[in-house]
Design a protein around this ligand. Sequence first.
Ligand code: BEZ
Length: 212
Amino acid sequence: MAIRIGDQAPNFTQESTEGKIDFHKWAGDSWVVLFSHPKDFTPVCTTELGEVAKLKQEFDKRNVKAIGLSVDPLNDHTKWTKDIEETQSCKVNFPLIADADKKVSNLYDMIHPNANDTFTVRSVFVIDPSKKVRLILTYPASTGRNFVEILRVIDSLQLTDGYKVATPVNWKDGQDVIIVPSLQDEGEIKRLFPKGYKAIKPYLRVTPQPNK
Ligand code: BEZ
């Protein structure tokens, strides 16, 4: 069964560069970015893992833990980590799951056989502290992901969890947001959005980001 947005993220135990991981225990009360990459010692993956390491402060600010995965064995991950650190000028500060038996890749449907029957595609799962899946992305092996975009989505998820708003196209933290259409009570709108709002259409009402 494919995993979908809103599903409980399945738990697993697997070896990683930071020891054996029980996924739910490891996640604790944090948000998680679980991402697969096709193969160790490959160029695009090397740049992606360097970028995730360099974004650590941004992940920390949002209470997010990153965890990578490929179907390579642990000793390859350990050797490759040195290459990543050398070439990307970073310290790999998050675990890499060594999924040589494909236990996690199969559980999360990260192998798409018509693309490649052995290696994982570039999957991303954003999981919230209640272990609910909140975002799923799938990229082909030849295209490196934009992890700044993943942080942007997490900003949106964390904001919309706390306020009755949605975020418009290309929104970035600090910009105006949209009042959810289900909110119709004028008194409640005034109470929730004291900075006011602009109704461009009855269903398109824009307000300053409420937590700024
Ligand atoms: C890469 O990470 O560079 C890569 C991996 C698998 C296929 C193509 C590129």
